[in-house]
Design a binder for this molecule. Structure first.
Ligand code: ADP
Ligand code: MG
Length: 661
């Protein structure tokens, strides 16, 4: 937020890109974008170092697009990413930003996808290639990918490529690309091997590092909630409902679109909420602030820019609905509460992949941010009952009730019903709009499983649907927000699930234990990804995954080759080694505090189950473990990582004896 560059237009990006950015709702360049884009456009080599989630993709995709020659349909840029998922994500980002560049083609190339499809796509031509190192090597070798016109090579998430063991492949690619091109390297951290690569393959790189500034924060009660499985909007409304000293809230999101979207949804749930973003005229913005001040609004959903300098003493809560780009922005944001001598509350939503940013914020502010759990249904009920009682007492104190006394007396006489019963019926009537015992269709569906209540997954890990049907007319079903704005949950279709089940029943699956669990912030997706990538095990051979606090279990083929197990023992997720080992029947599980949901077939985002098939099935086989050495390589031409031997669970594509296409 220290950058003087406030708009994308000031970065000299072409109009086609500016209109696409306006459409996706980006308001201002993030700090890494503001700092990198000018160097990039000038053709310099570049090192961009910034935390995950700070917008590094657009930092290279935008200038890359700005410099493309669309008339030449040959790869002018190559982006290397560590995983297939990232390759797809980055390619999608290019697509999004190039929405107004007709004829633009980006092609993702990753292991796990049919070579035939990729070769056909390559022969049709593409301006930008985004790929995982192993598959890019394959294509360079086959000469199906020719980089004669290459202008820019980007190493995205370089530290991740190192961590996953692809760094030798990356070097091989760097050695086999034309000498004259721009090389940009993006990474969250700069370990030595990455630095060495930069020294070796870059020419006077411009270095951009988004540093965490150290600041102190006033008396603000800071908490974070780790987003998992649950829907952020539902979580938000639950929290706001039980917060004791709630007066008004400022909710921070990343995009202008999200400000409107979330304000609308809060409105549909009965909150007085409005958006505040840079698209609004000065007059409109002032109106919103005024309404927040005078109490006709309770919630404002804002972008960083729009809320800059906002000073409304009644803001009791700042919610970082989307995590900020840097620690400085965090400090600015939470500084909107705790004003005029009052205590403020700051709540931060942190996705597992954003935990590093959380640490950075704690470090920069030199304060611990407490974890918080989501209020349970009974917390909400207690709070509503307390408020209801108070309302009744207030009415008795303040209102003239003679007429109503008479109504009740008549009722009593006519029906011989006791006053207490009448009062209960009245209480029932009074709470219809806002039930004292929140219960909805979503909740019932959730709990129809046979589990006893104390065996259910912890409340905060379940999708939060139970309150959402309170105002069915106001909140139409399709409004249910996606779990992640940019990535709607991938759903498996029935056939995929059935074929996967069949695959399970064909082989003998055994349960393995790995030493990472919920406390390490892992998700089933991480586990499938690591096992598929590092162990070379095709997704369909990976069965149920159950997360526990500090370990997890995963079903894998009982006869996994020993060297695959060795590889998996060393594999790390979130810095912790898996230490995988086969589980004896009945071992550990009953000690767990959390009984996983028995089925994984259900298709709800946030289920504690492995990701939907299709997302990871046949996950890429970038590691050599799944790929026998190939003849065309001269020894020493390409560094080899240990070869996992006959791994029949590896994906079959791109295997040793090259198929003829
Ligand atoms: P990183 O590569 O640094 O981890 P990403 O490029 O994946 O970060 O971006 C993280 C998220 O931030 C994405 O959802 C992206 O759409 C969003 N984003 C990026 N730049 C901006 C911006 N200038 N304004 C709003 N959102 C942005
Ligand atoms: Mg990235």
């Amino acid at each position: 937020m220290t950058e003087s560059i406030d708009t994308f237009a000031a970065l000299n990006l072409p109009p086609a890109l500016l209109s696409a950015l306006a459409e996706v709702g980006y308001e201002t360049p993030s700090p890494i974008q503001a700092a990198c884009i000018p160097h990039f456009l000038a053709g310099h080599d570049l090192i961009g170092e910034a935390q995950t989630g700070t917008g590094k993709t657009a930092a290279f995709a935008l200038p890359l697009l700005a410099r493309l020659d669309l008339a030449t349909k040959m790869p002018q840029a190559l982006v290397l990413t560590p995983t297939r998922e990232l390759a797809i994500q980055v390619a999608e980002a290019f697509q999004k930003y190039a929405h107004h560049m007709p004829g633009f083609h980006v092609l993702p190339l990753y292991g796990g996808q049919s070579m035939v499809i990729q070769l056909r796509a390559l022969s049709r031509g593409a301006h930008v290639i985004v790929g995982t190192p192993g598959r890019i090597m394959d294509h360079l070798e086959r000469k199906s990918l020719v980089l004669d016109r290459l202008q820019t090579l980007v190493l995205d998430e370089a530290d991740e490529m190192l961590r996953m063991g692809f760094i030798d492949d990356v070097e091989w690619i760097l050695e086999h690309t034309p000498a004259e091109h721009q090389t940009a390297l993006f990474s969250a951290t700069m370990p030595d091997p990455i630095r060495r690569i930069a020294q070796r393959y870059q020419k006077n790189p411009q270095q951009v590092k988004i540093r965490a500034a150290t600041t102190t924060v006033a008396a603000i009660h800071q908490r974070y909630w780790q987003v998992r499985g649950a829907d952020k909007l539902d979580a938000l409304t639950r929290m706001l409902e039980v917060e004791q000293d709630f007066d008004a809230a400022l909710i921070f999101v990343r995009t202008k679109t999200a400000t409107v979207d979330i304000a609308d949804k809060l409105g549909a749930r009965g909150y007085e909420a409005a958006a505040l973003n840079g698209d609004m005229t000065q007059g409109l913005r002032e109106q919103v602030v005024e309404r927040l001040k005078n109490g006709s609004l309770d919630i404002v959903v804002a972008t960083d820019v729009a809320a800059r300098g906002l000073d409304v003493p009644r803001i009791s809560h700042v919610v970082n609905y989307d995590i900020p780009y840097d620690t400085e922005a965090y400090v600015h944001r939470i500084g909107r509460t705790g004003r005029a001598g009052r205590t403020g509350n700051a709540i931060l939503f942190v996705a597992p992949r954003e935990l590093r940013m959380l640490k950075a914020i704690e470090h920069a502010t030199r304060q611990k941010i407490e974890p918080m759990t989501l209020p349970t249904k009974s917390d909400v009920a207690d709070r509503r009952v307390a408020q209801f009682k108070q309302q009744v007492l207030d009415v008795i104190k303040a209102e003239k009730l003679d007429f109503y006394f008479e109504v009740v007396r008549q009722l009593e006489d006519e029906s011989e019903i006791k006053p207490r019963e009448i009062a209960a019926a009245l209480a029932f009537l009074a709470q219809r709009e806002r039930p004292l015992q929140p219960e909805g269709a979503g909740w019932q569906a959730e709990t129809s499983a046979p589990a006893r209540s104390e065996e259910r997954p912890r409340r905060e890990e379940r999708p939060l649907r139970e309150f959402s049907d309170e105002r069915p007319r106001a909140a139409p079903r399709e409004e249910r927000p996606a779990f992640h704005e940019d990535k709607p949950p991938v759903r498996a279709n029935r056939d995929e699930i059935l074929s996967r089940r069949r695959a399970f029943s064909e082989g003998n699956l055994a349960k393995f234990r790995i030493d990472v669990g919920r406390n390490q912030g892992v998700t089933p997706k991480d586990i499938v990804g690591a096992i598929a990538n590092e162990g070379g095990i095709e997704g369909k051979y990976i069965g149920q995954i159950h997360l526990f606090d500090d370990y997890s279990t995963v079903e894998l083929p009982a006869d996994l080759p020993a060297d695959t197990i060795q590889t998996l023992k060393r594999t790390r997720i979130r810095q912790s080694p898996l230490n995988i080992r086969a589980l004896a029947a009945g071992e550990v599980e009953e000690k767990s505090s959390y009984k996983p949901r028995p089925k994984w077939g259900a298709e709800r985002p946030g289920d504690e189950r492995r990701p939907a098939p299709g997302k990871w099935s046949g996950a890429k086989s970038e590691h050599d473990g799944s790929r026998p050495p190939k003849a065309p390589f001269k020894p020493g031409d390409k560094p080899k990582r240990p070869y996992a031997g006959e791994n029949k669970f590896a994906p079959k594509h791109g295997a040793g004896k090259p198929k003829k296409y």
